[in-house]
Design a protein around this ligand. Structure first.
Ligand SMILES: *Cc1c(COP(=O)(O)O)cnc(C)c1O
Length: 359
């Protein structure tokens, strides 16, 4: 079958496989808002067990479950600490401010990751003038940081620092399973160092939708209330939960293939004149590479690639992101690298196209 595009824009573009669709169609369902959807209940129990937490709750999207998490820990007027490229601060439409009345204090650090040295002194004193610092948000893997994986020791250190300083920790684990597969730690290893975790089923795990927030029974009860407030409490959502359960059984270990394909793609691209990739920073399924300005802008490259059947994102004036996922085979990754090489080799028109850059 001819594929119209090799689509490496994001791991969100995957479509459910025939087997996943079968699992969805066969799901036993009920009214989840009444707590009566057996498949949702099974998913929530399964994920809570996997993370070693008291409870879990299904959400519509990663944005929704992140914001359910933020609102568990903060009240209006509070502040959260987050890396300056963090999804919660940049790509959720200002939700911490709109939904929870929370301001974001963004901090720098290599590859989208924070460390204790950077955080030192960032918890404000208890003073009537000052915003109350309440929450630390981490992202694992990092998205704009390049799909980087937090080592477990670093998460332990950050969790310990937060506890000593009276802060809660929310982990945006949209791609946490990529981190687990890459570094060989378990979801429970991670969860013990933080208070709430949001995971996405619609990224590398290949589901059409769905995220889950895990945490204590009290946090999850609070999160259910926020989910309702946000219009995210659904009825027969067992169809969605069935896809997630299928993915937990069948799509986790295979993330290693996405990582291998990303590496293969990165190595080929690194060999092309005018393109540069920091190979050591390619740890999971995201590959960021830079285009020499003499060849044109990243946006011009992005548009030229579309004409050749390859899609990826320009995420900076000279920076592109490619993402491997369930629907990208090893052959696709190799072909994609060839298309990039051919495009750059034949000279990209250094057009005036620019943006939309997110970072
Ligand atoms: C995709 C993503 C999310 C959630 O996005 P939704 O589109 O709302 O599901 C959250 N955090 C990170 C780091 C992401 O990449």
């Amino acid at each position: 079958m001819n594929k119209p595009f090799i689509d490496m824009r994001s791991d969100t573009v995957t479509r459910p496989t025939p087997a996943m669709r079968e699992a969805m169609a066969a799901a036993d369902v009920g009214d989840d808002m009444m707590g009566e959807d057996p498949t949702v209940n099974r998913l929530e129990a399964t994920v809570a067990e996997l993370f070693g937490t008291e409870a879990a709750v299904l959400a519509c999207s990663g944005t929704q479950s992140n914001q359910m998490g933020v609102r568990c820990h903060c009240v209006p007027g509070d502040e959260l600490l987050i890396h300056e490229s963090g999804h919660i601060a940049n790509y959720e439409a200002g939700a911490p401010a709109v939904i929870s009345g929370v301001s974001t204090r963004t901090l720098p650090g290599p590859f989208g990751m924070l460390d204790v040295e950077t955080l030192h002194g960032k918890v404000r004193a208890d003073d009537q003038h000052l915003v109350r610092t309440r929450l630390l948000c981490l992202e694992n893997t990092t998205n704009i940081g390049g799909g980087r994986v937090y080592p477990l020791e670093r998460l332990a250190e950050l969790g310990g620092w937060a506890r000593e300083n009276g802060l809660a920790v929310h982990l945006d684990g949209a791609r946490l399973f990529n981190a687990c597969v890459a570094d060989g730690y378990s979801p429970a290893d991670v969860a013990q160092h933080v208070d709430t975790v949001s995971i996405c089923f619609s990224k590398g795990l290949g589901c059409p939708m769905g995220s889950v927030l895990v945490g204590s029974a009290e946090h999850v009860r609070h999160a259910r209330r926020t989910r309702k407030l946000l219009g995210g409490a659904l009825r027969q959502s067992g169809f969605v939960a069935a896809a997630a359960l299928y993915a937990l059984d069948n799509h986790v270990d295979r993330l290693a293939d996405d990582h291998a394909n990303a590496r293969l793609f990165a190595e080929k691209v690194a060999a092309v004149d005018g393109l540069s990739v920091d190979l050591a920073s390619v740890e999971t399924n995201l590959v960021f590479f830079e285009v020499d300005p003499a060849l044109g802008t990243a946006a011009a490259v992005q548009d030229t690639l579309i004409d050749r059947g390859l899609r990826m994102y320009a995420l900076g004036p000279q920076r592109l992101r490619a993402c491997t996922h369930h629907d990208i085979t090893r052959e696709d990754a190799l072909r994609a690298a060839e298309i990039v090489a051919e495009t750059v080799g034949s000279g990209v028109t250094a057009g005036t196209k620019s943006g939309p850059y997110e970072w």
